[in-house]
Design a protein around this ligand. Structure first.
Ligand code: TZP
Ligand code: MG
Length: 230
């Protein structure tokens, strides 16, 4: 897939989870395909447990599916897996490979996203050439319990404001505890007058849903509806 960075749609960013608690006994690739049918716009393959062989084979299967929908596939943490698969990029956290090295390995056309939870981290990721920021953790979530910082919507807004003050055009999503009940409030409360979120990232709201296609459809509609508080 040729990626035009300006046209990547971050509205509904799906992060996968292969744990039985979230995925159940279902096949991840089938769940992701259903989510793509429902309209997810970016897929990140996040798998902290399987070995490299499984990561590469699963990522290849995922890539076959995401390409059909013209949706970028990013790999969590593992630049080596992204290279082996030839997918569109990676998502890295503060404790992973540094942004400069990832960029050198993957090249200028790759999508590289970075998790940030403070202004300092956000500015560093911007200055280092991140394409988008995953801002969070917004709300505590059972999906990720080792989260360093729960920043709330106020924390997201503070970061967006700092990015706007810098004149940055980095793309932004936020993550953590976002579902159909919270998404409009998150978007409304997080957005700064001068910089809005480009979208939201979710795990369990789609992966654990009984009907992932419907869950994605519902979330996408909510993302694109003005919040009822305005
Ligand atoms: N990073 C910060 S919170 C989180 C990740 C990967 C998990 C979010 O999961 P959920 O189920 O959408 O709350
Ligand atoms: Mg990581």
């Amino acid at each position: 897939m040729d990626v035009d960075q300006r046209s990547v749609d971050y509205s509904l960013y799906l992060v996968t989870d292969s744990s039985p608690a979230t995925l159940g006994a279902r096949d991840l690739v089938e769940v992701v395909e259903a989510a793509l049918q429902g309209g997810v716009t970016v897929v990140q393959y996040r798998d902290k447990t399987n070995d490299t062989g499984v990561l590469v084979s699963t990522a290849k299967r995922l890539h076959e599916v995401t390409r059909k929908y013209n949706v970028p596939l990013l790999i969590n943490d593992r630049v080596d897996v992204a290279l082996a698969v030839g997918c569109e990029g990676v998502h890295i956290g503060q404790d992973d490979i540094d942004l400069g090295s990832a960029r050198k390995i993957l090249g200028k056309d790759a999508i590289i996203g970075v998790t940030v939870s403070s202004i300092v981290e956000a500015e560093a990721a911007c200055d280092g050439g991140a394409d988008y920021l995953g801002i969070g953790t917004v709300f505590a979530t059972p999906t990720k319990t080792n989260t360093k910082e729960i920043i709330g919507t106020a924390g997201v807004k503070t970061i967006l404001r700092a990015l706007a003050a810098k004149g940055s055009n980095v793309r932004t999503v936020c993550i953590g505890g976002i579902n159909a009940s919270t998404v409009q409030r998150v978007i409304y409360q997080s957005s700064d007058a001068s910089k809005n979120l480009d979208g939201v990232a979710v795990v369990s709201a789609i992966i654990a849903a009984q009907d992932p296609k419907q869950a994605a459809q519902d979330l996408l509609q909510l993302v694109h509806s003005p919040p009822p508080y305005a």
